[in-house]
Design a protein around this ligand. Structure first.
Ligand SMILES: N[C@@H](CCC(=O)N[C@@H](CS)C(=O)NCC(=O)O)C(=O)O
Length: 415
């Protein structure tokens, strides 16, 4: 079947997953861009001249038809498969699908967007959690007596809701919260694991505990000077109401002090290292690695191997590389504490993601847990006094790492 067009999205984008699932279910062939670097290509004139808002998902039909807004594209793709039943069989079903779908288009309600309300944002974090719980409970009640949200078979409402419930699981839904909505979780699990959706949804992590908001000592001392609490709570409100960003989030820079700043001062200057790495050849005399071993302070910093835990989910290598880009975007709040060099190794449908991190302190978690998907990766400390671990570290930085015969294809640096 000829492709209907190109969907501009990245693999981890929830609304993109919903569109891809609708296309897969309806038998509508679609292409994904061969090369697309999020936060770069969507700002280029060739993109914004087609999609004025400069955001993904965006649809470019092979007939020249252009569309943006995730929910709109989802429905449009469903109309290309009129016999699929995805939009309901009667006008009543169509209206019910719209009912189930519409209130939940405000994604912040259903999936507690880590970038809109990370725990560091204090009281608003709690408000978001309450809203999220209310939305989840409404859906739980509805699905507890049904197999599908509307009618007797899968519709766009099932796909859309399951996508957002998975997104919630990825961003913050800890085990206890999942247990309050067992039918909704069952519905999500059944739906995203349909054979037709293979390769679209990726893994759904299970958190025993979502990160709590802990008011740092310093903030308490400053409280009298800070804006009064009710004001602080209200401030982000318009954004919550209007902002339907559905990226996986660059956490807003925390106003509170990071405990990593309280570590004993280090002689290793991460910024100087980043410059050395950017400006010098990695290996060889006078190279970045030589600079590194001269300056590294193993008390103040540590070196880690990082591996994506679910290589069997990876398909096209360019998509895996975009995934690394997304992970790095979500690590933005830790830029001061982290350097990374990660890559895709292998070939399409037989690849893995691996690499090395240099980070502040002796634990990886406090540095990487700003990215909601950090638990999709495993982290093991490297001891560069051991030959094999040193060789791994150097190869990850030099982009010539090879694991189990899989060679480095492409990579990204977090600098
Ligand atoms: N309301 C839009 C929101 C789209 C959206 O927020 N897209 C983000 C996804 S990461 C984006 O493209 N951000 C890039 C940017 O703003 O430059 C939809 O539902 O499609």
């Amino acid at each position: 079947m000829p492709s209907a067009g190109t969907l501009w999205t990245i693999p981890t984008q929830a609304s993109g997953k919903a569109i891809r699932a609708v296309a897969a279910f309806g038998g509508v062939a679609i292409d994904l861009p061969q090369v697309y670097v999020h936060y770069q290509d969507n700002k280029k004139p060739e993109f914004t001249s087609k999609f004025g808002h400069g955001k993904t998902p965006a649809w470019e039909g092979n007939d020249g038809f252009l569309l943006f807004e995730g929910a709109t594209i989802t429905r449009y793709i469903a109309t290309l498969a009129p016999n699929s039943g995805l939009l309901g069989k009667t006008k009543e079903e169509a209206a019910l699908i719209d009912q189930m779908d519409a209130p939940h288009r405000k994604r912040a309600r259903l999936s507690h967007d880590a970038h809109q309300a990370p725990p560091q944002r204090g009281p608003i974090h709690t408000i978001f959690l309450e809203r999220q719980a209310r939305a989840l409970n409404t859906l739980e009640k509805h699905i507890s007596t049904r197999t599908f949200f509307v009618g007797e078979r899968i519709t766009v409402a099932d796909i859309y809701i399951a996508t957002l419930v998975q997104r919630a699981c990825i961003s913050n839904l800890e085990t206890a919260a999942r247990k309050t909505v067992p039918n909704l979780i069952r519905h999500m699990d059944t739906l995203i694991n349909q054979p037709a959706f293979a390769g679209i949804f990726g893994p759904t992590p299970v958190f025993d505990k979502a990160p709590d908001y802990v008011a740092p000592k310093k903030e308490k001392e400053q409280k009298p000077k800070a804006a009064p609490a009710p004001k602080a709570e209200k401030k982000p409100k318009p954004k919550v109401e209007e902002d339907d960003e559905d990226d996986n989030g660059i956490p807003e820079e925390s106003k509170v002090k990071n405990p990593l700043d309280d570590l004993p001062k280090s002689t290793f200057n991460l910024e100087d290292w980043k410059r050395a790495y950017s400006n010098k050849e990695t290996r060889g005399a006078g190279g970045a690695l030589e600079w590194f071993y001269e300056h590294f302070d193993k008390e103040g910093f540590s070196i880690w191997r990082v591996d994506f835990k679910y290589p069997e989910e990876l398909t096209q290598t360019f998509m895996s590389n975009n995934q690394i880009g997304g992970f790095f975007n979500r690590l933005e709040a830790s830029r001061k504490y982290l350097f990374g060099s990660m890559g895709v190794l292998g070939a399409a449908n037989a690849s893995l993601i691996s690499g090395a991190l240099i980070l502040r302190g002796q634990e990886a978690e406090p540095v990487v847990n700003v990215a909601p998907d950090w638990e999709s990766y495993s982290f093991s400390k490297l001891d560069v006094s051991k030959d094999a671990e040193k060789a791994f570290f150097e190869a990850a930085l030099a982009w010539d790492l090879e694991i189990d015969g899989k060679k480095w294809v492409d990579g990204k640096n977090f600098k």
